[in-house]
Write a protein that binds this ligand. Sequence first.
Ligand code: AMP
Length: 283
Amino acid sequence: MIIVHTIDEVRQAVQAARKAGGRIGLVPTMGALHAGHGSLIEQSVAECDFTVVSIFVNPTQFGPTEDLDKYPRTLDADAAYCEQLGSDLIFAPSADEMYPAEQWTWVMTENITEGLCGANRPGHFRGVTTVCTKLFNIVQADIAYFGQKDAQQAAVIRRMVTDLNMPLEICVCPIVREDDGLAMSSRNRYLSADERKRALCLSQALTHCKEQVVAGKTESAALIAEMMAILEQQSAEIDYVSIVDPDTLEPVEQIAGPVLALVAVTIGKTRLIDNLLIGLNDN
Ligand code: AMP
């Protein structure tokens, strides 16, 4: 495995792999890797001949009051983990390498970015779609792997790739959870022991919702109220609780087919998100 920091180096390495007839996989990350990222890397290694993991804490997707400066940076440990999983290359550029001049060109997706996380994080998805477009253009992978953990991000990227005819496949991998149900996240390390316990309310609220739907409840408003009650019991500050169509992310009022339930809360000072796909035949 090699670690490169410049666009030229990644292009050269990928070109050589492609000449050898290889299928190229890309796993975009912000580092501080955990088993959630690991599952994406493993899938790429299993399906592709050459796996690129990008590690870049992208400044353009953070708001001015968000955690850009304190976001964990653990390149040495990340590199060891990527190597252990069989990655071929880590692309860890500096902010100057990715944004050498003031950025005047942005990629923006409409509608699907306006609700949920987009409502409270203005500019966030513009940063995500722009950096992913840059990474797609730099690496020119055949397939890029994203996690269902960031459900809105995955839906936005899928839509961008379809709308702009980008020549790669997007694979969305299931959420990896801790044994007690907490969705793995680089931000979980911000939680104190007490907050870590209270953070279980996210997966508990979503599981409750799923059980109720499977038992025949169809009215989203009632289900959302029940989820909010579970979150509030743990003094979670609610950003949103929503039940939406899994592809368009439009709110669903009466559940008649598969839906996506999502929650976003702040516990202490840490913003946490989680979601669950619910099919009517789940049990
Ligand atoms: P991040 O480093 O947080 O930007 O995440 C990089 C990629 O890993 C994104 O596509 C995330 O959705 C995915 N990811 C993060 N946490 C998990 C998880 N617990 N399970 C599955 N995928 C995840």
